[in-house]
Design a protein around this ligand. Structure first.
Ligand code: C2E
Ligand code: MG
Ligand code: MG
Ligand code: MG
Length: 282
């Protein structure tokens, strides 16, 4: 395969690419092992409702710590899993695990909602509906307590408005992740059939720093309000960012300002404690 044009060799002329390819291959192999051995884990990051100052939901975030490679970021391994197809079984595991956890929390945290990230390839498969419904049924979780997060980019690439409609018809909510970064035209969002927009953290980062980011943040907040979407701000780290978002009518916030993604037991303890003393955080 290295002599497609008769003389170029990947290894001879593009050592960087060769190494990157080797690394991806190694990651692919380890990922298969991790899946078989049950080495994936979910962390949960609280989302705070700014109207009530209570945690009303969590986002499930996939974690993988490989024995040889150490912790591998989902930003690194999810794209590879997309390519090698492992995202499908991994995604099914995530969906099931998140639903079990959400249901287990209902007795002490009634109404707590669970958000699960869906990758483009999962979204493009018709069986995502079956995967969702099967996970909900097995866990005994009402669909209204589940939300799936789909990036704006995935929506643009796969453009399946029908799929959004079908998911929503099951009673599961939809959030558009990384909103504002996906090059969709404004008129397109009318067709999104989503419940929430997740304002990308790159804009939040610029609050108090770059006027442009503040302008875009405010525009997305007012657009969301006008079109009937709730807005969740991601990556909120500072009091200043929080105050700005509150002032401009943001509905939910998620970020290190409140809590990092945590293992289930820690997330549970955090939410119980936070919701008891919610007044302090207002
Ligand atoms: P995302 O869905 O946009 O998730 C938000 C990311 O921001 C998470 O990174 C989270 O840990 C991080 N984050 C949250 N608050 C803060 C903050 O205040 N400051 C900063 N700097 N970061 C913050 P993480 O966990 O590394 O995940 C990265 C991406 O990987 C996710 O972006 C999502 O696209 C993907 N991902 C994670 N878990 C899954 C999964 O189960 N399935 C799929 N398909 N993708 C996943
Ligand atoms: Mg997300
Ligand atoms: Mg995001
Ligand atoms: Mg993302």
């Amino acid at each position: 395969r290295s002599k497609s044009n008769g003389r170029n060799s990947v290894h001879r002329y593009e050592p960087e690419l060769g190494r990157a390819a080797d690394e991806r291959l190694a990651l692919s192999r380890r990922m298969r092992v991790a899946l078989a051995n049950g080495e994936f884990r979910l962390d949960y990051q609280p989302q705070v409702d700014l109207l009530t100052n209570r945690v009303t939901g969590v986002e499930a975030l996939l974690r993988w710590r490989d024995a040889e490679l150490g912790p591998v970021s989902p930003a690194t391994f999810i794209p590879i899993a997309e390519e090698n197809g492992l995202i499908v079984p991994i995604g099914e595991w995530v969906m099931q695990q998140a639903c079990f956890q959400a249901q287990a929390w209902q007795s002490t945290l009634p109404g707590l909602r669970m958000s699960v990230n869906i990758s483009p390839r999962q979204f493009a498969r018709a069986d995502i509906l079956r995967v969702m419904e099967c996970a909900l049924t097995r866990a005994g979780l009402p669909p209204s307590l589940l939300e799936v997060e789909i990036t704006e980019g995935a929506l643009m690439a796969y453009g399946s408005i029908e799929m959004l409609r079908a998911i929503r018809a099951t009673g599961v909510d939809i959030a558009i992740d990384d909103f504002g970064t996906g090059y969709s035209s404004l008129s397109y969002i009318r067709t999104f059939h989503a419940d929430r927009l997740k304002l990308d953290m790159s804009f939040v980062r610029g609050i108090g720093e770059h006027r442009e980011d503040e302008v875009i943040t405010r525009a997305i907040l007012s657009l969301g309000r006008a079109l009937g979407f709730k807005v969740v701000a991601e990556g909120v780290e500072t009091d200043n960012q929080l105050a700005f978002l509150r002032r401009h009518g943001c509905n939910f916030v998620q970020g290190y300002r409140f809590a990092r993604p945590m293992v289930a037991a820690d997330a549970h303890a955090f939410i119980l404690n936070f919701n008891e003393g919610a007044v302090e955080y207002s």
